[in-house]
Design a protein around this ligand. Structure first.
Ligand code: MN
Length: 720
């Protein structure tokens, strides 16, 4: 369109919408604030410049319409600005940083919050899943304006749904009925909820809706007379009592009739044959007087009176509810409230913006409400009833996460990837090695946030690490890890004990099979042990020596005492083969940190099993002197995993020295686990570097690489 022609009849739709928006804002915002809104509009229009809606309109019409919806609940300036910008992060090259520069951190956060909600996909119709989704939405939006913008966004998309393909219409309608309408309901935003429900119903079940609409029309015709008779009766009684008020008939909405019929399995007339009226007064005391008057007109049904004025609901809803027995016994539902109370009932949480816009207080109040909502149980069909089941507890205790299949997994606040893994399945927990959060690889101890998509990477050889117990939050993970470790340690101890006993028997020229059952039972009785496994476990844990046990099992009748076979040459024994990942009963010593390829030896550590040391370790020499309880061990020809080793390097203090070391180490596929530095005299420093390597060969590669660096003066492996 030519910019020179700006006659009114050629006004572009976006210009018309912008005018409507400014007009609406004038009633409650300062001119300065409206200028800021205009600036946001121009920014958004520029960002969406080449984009069009499926309907053919310019894209900017959508954010303008969303902002316009929000003026109905008198959304504040920041909320309106964020509404205008709500799709720029999603659909244009604009970044969050740019928004922060242009409009401030606060607006950038709001827009980012709305974009995050857009990423969540509704994938299942299951009721429990929908409930989790709603809670997740609430939990993710730390600022309630984010939810309100999202609701307005959805409302406008529903109003313009007709241009979409039928399949897409149905999916969006499902989402609207499952997530958005109940959310609006929870926030007490009744007007938005009703429209979302009606549009959703129309798109999802067009035929059922039409049938129901016809039925309602017919029924309404039939009962017209009775309705007006009751209405006139009530009005007259109230006027006679001198009460200033308005009486309106309440029509049940099509979707809520439909849902009641489905949920309660009742027929149309049972749902529809309730006569409902609302009495709106000017003052609180008039409410009670009106109650007295209608109770006088028709007799109340006992137990149905509820006083939500004296004891308002958690979201501020106030009304008197009562049910009367009308002519011919028809039930009459009555709600009585003041005009202000009515405002809260219609717009819910938004009413806080209407009446109290003093910044901090509003936020505090809204947050409190949000927390209440998070902990509430599923609501029933009635618009406000959910509050009745409210558990008042002010901290959300759970977060909601996505599995790769789109299932929602609930874990306690503060949970890590390990908790998530156990929440999915104990086997996944027991085998997890790493995790991806939102497609990025992260350490297992990463704390998760609401809405994260988590994928657990498992390996067949992996097993729980006792260190996990330091950071898991869920009982399920804790129990899973403990149970595994306990069983595993027992099993491993028995296996090790069996190997050790067999070795010693072989040295004595016997095999396991040659020992008679009676012999074994006799020894078990003597030692007071319940089973052979218990004996083997004791050996494996180092509480009992394999050599002595073997002798007791093989010595002949009358052969008193134990002869020490001093001539036994231990070098001819076949060593116990270890892979290094045994973990519980066979441990690698922390002092000398042996790695595959090192000459090694095992020392028994009673109650704990075998600790594998480097043969050159100082602790080995000590133990050998005082204690002969040691064991030949050898590395398996193939070992798995990474082994931690420590090196000491003396480094010239020059710029970039540490970076050069780090990149040299990673260049040969090793990882730095930790560095501690000791600064001597300003010229040189001694660094202790802990590395993960596959074996000795790998370590020598690392050391060669480091030696080649000009800054390195000296480098040695640390072994104590
Ligand atoms: Mn949008």
């Amino acid at each position: 369109m030519d910019s020179a022609t700006n006659k009114p009849e050629q006004e572009k739709p976006e210009e018309r919408l912008a005018k409507l928006l400014y007009e609406a804002l004038k009633s409650y915002l300062e001119p300065k604030q409206i200028e800021e809104v205009e600036r946001a509009y121009r920014f958004a229009a520029e960002a969406h410049i080449d984009q069009y809606r499926v309907s053919g309109e310019r894209y900017i019409c959508h954010p303008l319409s969303v902002a316009l919806v929000l003026t109905e609940i008198r959304m504040d300036q920041a909320g309106i600005v964020a509404a205008l910008l709500h799709d720029v992060l999603e659909d244009t090259p604009v970044t969050k940083e740019m928004l922060a520069d242009e409009f401030g951190e606060n607006i950038a956060e709001l827009v980012d919050g709305v974009s995050k909600l857009s990423h969540i996909q509704f994938r299942s119709k299951a009721e429990a899943q929908a409930e989790s989704m709603r809670k997740m939405f609430l939990a993710m939006a730390s600022d309630l304006r984010v939810i309100m913008i999202k609701l307005a966004d959805r409302l406008h998309n529903m109003r313009t749904l007709g241009v979409m393909k039928p399949v897409k219409q149905r999916r969006i309608a499902d989402e609207t009925l499952g997530i958005y309408a109940p959310l609006a309901n929870r926030l007490g935003m009744n007007n938005i909820r009703l429209e979302l429900e009606d549009l959703g119903f129309k798109a999802r079940y067009p035929v059922r809706r039409r049938v129901l609409e016809e039925a309602v029309k017919r029924a309404r015709g039939n009962r017209k007379e009775l309705v007006s008779k009751i209405e006139i009766g009530i009005k007259t009684r109230l006027i006679n009592a001198g009460i200033e008020c308005r009486v309106v008939g309440r029509e049940k909405h099509l979707y809520s009739i439909y849902r009641k019929m489905i949920n309660r399995r009742v027929n149309f007339s049972e749902v529809f044959d309730v006569y409902a009226f609302r009495i709106i007064t000017d003052r609180v005391d008039s409410c009670y007087r009106a109650l007295g008057a209608v109770h006088n007109l028709y007799s109340p049904i006992p137990g149905k009176f509820k006083d939500y004025i004296a004891l308002s609901k958690a979201n501020g809803y106030q009304s008197l509810h009562t049910i009367l027995k009308g002519p011919h016994g028809v039930p009459i539902e009555i709600q009585i409230r003041t005009k202000e109370m009515h405002g809260v009932a219609e717009t819910g949480i938004a009413a806080h913006w209407l009446y109290k816009s003093t910044g901090k207080e509003t936020q505090v109040r809204a947050h409190e409400w949000l927390r209440n909502l998070l902990d509430s149980h599923e609501e029933s069909g009635d618009s406000m009833e959910f509050i009745e089941n409210l558990k008042v507890d002010l901290t959300p205790k759970e977060i909601y996460l996505f599995s790769p299949k789109g299932d929602i997994i609930k874990v306690p606040m503060g949970s890590t990837a390990v908790d998530f893994a156990y929440a999915v399945h104990t086997d996944i927990g027991n085998r997890c090695v790493a995790a991806k959060v939102n497609k990025r690889v992260v350490p297992l101890n990463t704390r998760l946030k609401n809405g994260d998509a988590v994928e657990i990477i498992t390996a067949s050889w992996a097993r729980p690490n006792p260190a996990w117990l330091n950071y898991v939050s869920s009982i399920k993970a804790r129990t899973g890890i403990r149970t595994y470790l306990k069983n595993f340690k027992e099993k491993e101890a028995i296996e090790l004990g069996e190997k050790l006993l067999e070795k010693e028997l072989n040295v004595l020229g016997k095999t396991y099979d040659e020992i008679s059952g009676e012999r074994i039972i006799g020894l078990l009785e003597e030692l007071g042990l319940p089973s052979l496994d218990a004996l083997l476990g004791e050996i494996g844990l180092g509480n009992r020596m394999a050599l002595l046990t073997a002798r007791r099992l093989t010595h002949k009748e009358g052969d008193e005492g134990i002869k020490l076979e001093s001539g036994k040459d231990r070098d001819t024994e076949s060593p116990l083969v270890i892979r290094g990942t045994e973990g519980m009963v066979v441990n690698l010593a922390n002092c000398c940190k042996p790695i595959p390829g090192d000459p090694i030896i095992g020392l028994f550590n009673p109650g704990k099993g075998v600790v594998v040391h480097h043969q050159g370790c100082r602790n080995v020499a000590e133990s050998k002197k005082n204690n002969r309880n040691w064991l030949e061990v050898a590395w398996a020809s193939k070992t798995e995993g990474q082994f931690v080793v420590e090196i000491r390097v003396e480094v010239l203090n020059q710029r970039g020295a540490l970076a050069a070391i780090a990149s040299a180490i990673s260049a040969v596929d090793s990882n730095i686990e930790n560095i501690t530095m000791d600064d001597h005299d300003g010229h040189t420093s001694t660094d202790f570097i802990r590395l993960a390597v596959a074996d000795r060969l790998h370590l020598s590669k690392v050391m060669r690489k480091l030696r080649a660096l000009p800054a390195i003066l000296k480098i040695v492996r640390v072994m104590s």
